[in-house]
Design a protein around this ligand. Sequence first.
Ligand code: AMP
Length: 285
Amino acid sequence: MILFKRPGDLIDFIQKKRKSAIKVGFVPTMGALHNGHLSLIKKSKSENDITICSIFINPTQFSNPNDFEKYPISIETDIEQLELNGCDILFMPSVNDIYPENFQKNNFELGYLDSILEGQHRAGHFQGVCMVVKRLLEIVNCDILYLGQKDYQQCMVIKKMVLDLNIPVEIKISPTIREENGLAMSSRNKRLNEGEKEAALVIFEVLCFLKENIFERDIADLKVKSVEKLKAKGFDIDYVEITDEFLNTITTAEKKQTIVALIAATIGNVRLIDNMILNNANDAE
Ligand code: AMP
């Protein structure tokens, strides 16, 4: 694996490689890698000639300074994991490389996506996400961008930005990788103590409960029951929401529509998010 720190060096390298017809896959991350990230690397490896992973803890997407300061870092094991999984290039820029002094801040037109769910609870978060992804895509110049469904709303936001700005990249979204007990893998899980990790299983339990009952019970009741279950395990809840595939809240469930459940809740000082497709429109008879 080749490690690049300076954007210019990576740009030159890719430009030279592109003299022959190659496909480049890109997996942007904030490090503290786990099997969720590695599943994206593996997918990219299987579909491209070159796979690039970036590790950059993007300050502009953190609305909570404490969350930024406490974000887990494990560069050495990250490098080992990437090498084990055959990643070709690791890009690890500095904040100054991504946001140089003359950096032009765009305002990204994200519509309702910027003010619901994560947008509502983390002001400015998606502006920061778009800022960094746009910049990374300019540097990396990939054919396929690999994202995780774990960050469902983020996938929608990035898709919209790519479409609006005509960025020539295909986006592929991979399913959420979970621990055996159902807990969605997340870098932030490293900040949970044993008791909190145990309690956090309730998030997956609630998502499964919603999936089992979505056509059996009233959505309003299901939400109340979900909130109770999460609170009983000590969670502070930002939202338990049930939506269509575009994240519009729904109040009745129909088999012919895609239905998504999304949860954001905090235990200790750790905010966790997770989601599950409760019904897939394509499966409707
Ligand atoms: P992050 O390092 O948290 O910014 O995540 C980098 C990429 O990995 C994003 O596209 C995430 O959606 C994806 N990702 C994070 N956790 C998981 C997971 N458990 N399963 C699949 N993809 C994930």
